[in-house]
Design a protein around this ligand. Structure first.
Ligand SMILES: Cc1cc2nc3c(=O)[nH]c(=O)nc-3n(C[C@H](O)[C@H](O)[C@H](O)COP(=O)(O)OP(=O)(O)OC[C@H]3O[C@@H](n4cnc5c(N)ncnc54)[C@H](O)[C@@H]3O)c2cc1C
Length: 484
């Protein structure tokens, strides 16, 4: 085998790509992973890290009796009906059948989990949370990939598939110095390139105009794999289905707490041990910190009278109309807005049942949690003049807006949370694949030599409960190695 020949080329070193690298290496295949970014991880590396599965050892130890078929049934209750009816039921059953094995396989490679935690409408607790956070998947799988001699090469963007007589033979990629290289794979090329949440052209083409200003949370989620698959003749499905747009607070400039925690070595082992013995209240505190970093503000804020103002201190939409609201935010100056709570909402959202964000049934974040844990996006003042100067909004405009929206005069407490932006969290369209992860063309024929996994191989599944995207990324990565 020459230096530009391997058995398998994996495009993308996010969760699915790294899992595939380990799995291919375990089968003795000479494997290379090409990653466009300077570092590995993709969206997986910035995720919360929940992994949802049924029939796991964690569940058995916790006395939870569950089945993967019930998991598949429960999954139908997460997405709105019009989205759920687009689901590929057979593919989703295949996923739930194999998710628990994947969790055990990850643990055999040193990834540690706590749980299971409940997440209604799941009928059983199924959410397993990786410790200390999603970076652990990346660190542990990279280590495992090294052990099985799978090579990971960063700064390498795959720009073309090399196709001859309909068969994918390899790829062309560009390295950091701008040079182009060709690489050939005897068994196959695996697209593990994540989603297209940050590709305005694809979003506009499939979802229609108006959405293209909305960014993906991961700026590198550009859908290059979807484009490569399309050029090879792949059948793409559900390309208009997106998780979001939804309002999210802009991310903190401080490195999130859980990213400081060790993911390997003796400190990580001690931490894992401690986490398993943690009393509930400490565990909830940790989750709450994650909540205010990543979760979106609840729409109930607006049902109860909170409003959105832009950088000019002006109100610009009907906040209770979710669809148009999220689009309107993206059309404001800097694509941003602030949530203004009057005295009534400030009091209301300080206690159950009125929370600002949640991981259902696990933790809830209120006004005080935001003021304490996200001081970069949370402001409280007793009058509007002080509030305007804290947030640097034009006072006269803010006062006029508040007078129209609230009946409380100038007397606070007033709270502003933000900026918020409209983001796509993930996109749900992908190539159609068969159960061997081979990409299918528009005539339902296999494209020889081409495979897709993770978000690039969702295969029409609707996976809207927490923890299923990562569970699929890891499951498809693990199984494609076996298939190859
Ligand atoms: C804030 C946030 C939190 C989330 N939390 C959770 C959670 O807790 N649980 C859950 O299940 N899901 C979660 N998700 C969704 C989940 O993280 C992703 O859907 C999943 O990790 C995607 O994995 P992947 O391997 O398909 O893609 P990625 O992890 O995105 O990996 C794709 C990789 O391919 C690389 N790449 C792309 N194109 C090329 C190319 N042409 N050449 C070379 N490399 C390329 C990219 O740079 C990237 O590294 C979250 C998403 C977000 C945004």
């Amino acid at each position: 085998m020459g230096s530009n020949h391997v058995d398998v080329i994996i495009v993308g070193a996010g969760g699915s790509g790294l899992a595939a690298a380990v799995s291919c290496g375990e089968q003795g295949l000479k494997t290379i992973v090409l990653e466009a970014c300077p570092q590995t991880g993709g969206t997986t590396g910035i995720a919360v890290g929940s992994f949802t599965a049924a029939e796991t050892e964690h569940q058995r130890k916790a006395g939870v009796r569950d089945s993967s078929s019930q998991h598949a049934v429960d999954l139908a209750n997460f997405a709105p009906k019009e989205i759920e009816k687009r689901n590929n039921a057979r593919a989703r059953e295949f996923f739930t059948e194999h998710a628990a094995e994947t969790l055990e396989w990850l643990q055999s490679h040193g990834v540690k989990f706590v749980g299971p935690a409940p997440e209604p409408p799941n009928s059983q607790p199924r959410m397993h949370n990786v410790i200390p956070g999603a970076k652990a998947y990346v660190a542990k799988l990279q280590l495992a990939a090294r052990k099985v001699n799978a090579r990971i090469q960063t700064h390498s963007t795959v720009t073309e598939l090399l196709i001859e007589s309909g068969r994918v033979l390899g790829v062309e990629y560009q390295s950091q110095d701008g040079k182009r290289h060709q690489l050939f794979a005897d068994r196959g090329v695996v697209l593990a390139t994540g989603d297209y949440a940050n590709n305005p052209e694809l979003i506009k083409r499939f979802k229609g105009p108006g959405y293209e200003k909305i960014e993906g949370i991961n700026p590198h989620a550009c859908g290059l794999g979807h484009l490569l698959a399309e050029q090879a003749g792949a059948n793409l499905v559900n390309m208009d289905v997106t998780y979001g747009p939804e309002l999210r607070f802009i991310s903190t400039s401080v490195r999130p707490f859980q990213q400081w925690l060790p993911v390997s070595g003796p400190l990580a082992a001690i931490q894992a041990l401690l986490t398993r013995c943690l009393p509930d209240w400490i565990f909830k505190k940790i989750i709450k910190r994650l909540l205010v970093t990543w979760q979106h503000p609840e729409s109930s804020l607006f049902d109860e009278g909170a409003i959105l103002v832009n950088h000019n201190g002006q109100r610009f939409c009907d906040e209770t109309c979710v669809q148009s609201r999220n689009l309107d935010v993206s059309n404001q100056p800097e694509g941003q807005a602030f949530i203004l709570l009057g005295p009534a909402q400030t009091q209301q959202f300080s206690n159950w049942p009125h929370f600002i964000s949640t991981a259902p049934d696990i933790a809830y974040a209120y006004v005080d949690d935001y003021l304490r844990l996200r001081p970069d996006i949370s402001y409280r003042a007793d009058n509007l003049l002080d509030l305007a100067s804290l947030v640097t909004l034009p006072y006269e405009n803010l006062k006029a807006t508040a007078e129209q929206a609230f009946e409380s005069g100038d007397q606070g407490p007033w709270v502003i949370l933000g900026p918020v932006k409209s983001y796509f969290t993930t996109t749900e369209g992908s190539a159609v694949i068969n159960q061997a992860f081979q990409v299918m063309d528009r005539h339902d024929k296999v494209i020889p030599g081409l495979f897709a996994i993770g978000q690039c191989g969702l295969n029409g599944m609707i996976l809207w409960s927490h923890g299923c995207h990562i569970a699929w990324a890891m499951t498809s990565g693990r199984l494609v190695g076996k298939s190859l």
